[in-house]
Design a binder for this molecule. Structure first.
Ligand code: GTP
Ligand code: MG
Ligand code: ZN
Length: 307
């Protein structure tokens, strides 16, 4: 029998049990996970084995240096992508942005130790003034905002430069132009399918699986399927601040160390609404706090702590 061959590879795409794994020489192998237990996502590094039939099996996931997680409806955490540095949250004037969802991504990034940037695509279209003011609020908090046009190419050089040297993932609603940006930003992005190429599909989830590409300015960039909503992992969220930077600044002055900043007396966050934290962001905080408590309840006492 021929000896089995072992090698490590980067998972550049994971769709159910279908993996594409790229080895050190750059060869892409079709592979599948060994056994039912392995949860493998795009960006993972896996130890592979080629069996006697030439089939490549991913035997183990190497330790992740970081991961973007989400919570499912039962409150359990699921990985979305692994080994990344930067969360790039994409939105556009159309479809109408959900800034509360943007906030939840920012919280997830902060709690996962990832950097975050905001990408406003389709700058040829007019942005709703209310969204514009929310966006200015986020910029004032220190988040970088790139206003770009995947169609015209505007702003893409600066964006590519800021992604250089990092592994980034593009996340956001369906139809905001994530894959259109990939086609511009990735060396090998020509095979990214966009809504334009699929008839009548705007806002209808064109991309079905995450896919890792090499970025023109250096670094790596992951395209991900559009989402309707995003719930951060309750295992990962920072418990006191939920990842809100303003709450991080204000919370040390709250009377109670374990203050939830909801209705506690002498709460510095509540006292700071309209000053240290905007009304919109505080409302966003309250929504996320309620969501976290609901997800904890969904998980229930018996399964608490189980992944
Ligand atoms: N007006 C305008 N339309 C754009 C721009 N960039 C992308 N679009 C259009 O937006 C639509 C959706 O683009 P996609 O790139 O498929 O969006 P996506 O975010 O990848 O969508 P999902 O894969 O479903 O998550 C397409 O019809 C694009 O042509 C832009 O700069 N301006
Ligand atoms: Mg897409
Ligand atoms: Zn408080």
């Amino acid at each position: 029998m021929p000896a089995t061959e072992h090698f490590d590879a980067d998972v550049i795409s994971a769709f159910g049990r279908h993996l594409l794994a790229r080895d050190a020489a750059g060869t892409v192998h079709r592979a599948r996970p060994f056994g039912r237990q392995l949860q493998i996502v795009c960006g993972d590094r896996v130890r592979c084995e080629r069996d006697a039939h030439g089939e490549v099996l991913a035997m183990a996931v190497l330790p992740r240096r970081s991961a973007l997680l989400r919570s499912n409806l039962r409150g359990q955490s699921e990985p979305i992508v692994a080994n990344l540095d930067l969360l790039a949250i994409v939105f556009a004037p159309v479809p109408r942005p959900d800034l509360f969802m943007v906030d939840r991504y920012l919280c997830a990034a902060a709690s996962a130790g990832l950097g975050a940037v905001l990408i406003m695509n389709k700058r040829d279209l007019a942005l709703d003034p209310e969204v514009e003011s929310g966006l200015e609020g986020l910029a004032a908090l220190g988040y970088g905002v790139h206003r770009v046009g995947a169609r015209s190419g505007e702003g893409l050089e600066e964006l590519a430069a800021s992604l250089s040297g990092h592994t980034s993932v593009l996340v956001g609603q369906s139809g905001v132009g994530k894959s259109s940006l990939i086609r511009r930003l990735a060396i090998d992005g020509a095979d990214a399918v966009t809504g334009e190429l699929m008839r009548e599909s705007e806002g209808r989830h064109t991309t079905t699986a995450s896919r890792l590409y090499d970025c023109i300015g250096g670094g790596r960039i992951i395209d991900s399927p559009g989402v309707r909503d995003y719930a951060p992992s309750i295992d990962q969220l920072e418990p006191i601040t939920l990842g809100f930077v303003e709450v991080q600044r204000l919370a040390p002055r709250c009377h109670f160390q374990d203050c939830r900043h909801m209705n506690e007396p002498k709460c510095a966050v509540i006292a700071g609404v309209g000053d240290g934290i905007s009304e919109r962001r505080y409302e966003s905080y309250r929504r996320l706090r309620r969501l976290v408590e609901q997800l904890h309840a969904e998980r229930g006492p018996r399964t608490r702590g189980r992944r």
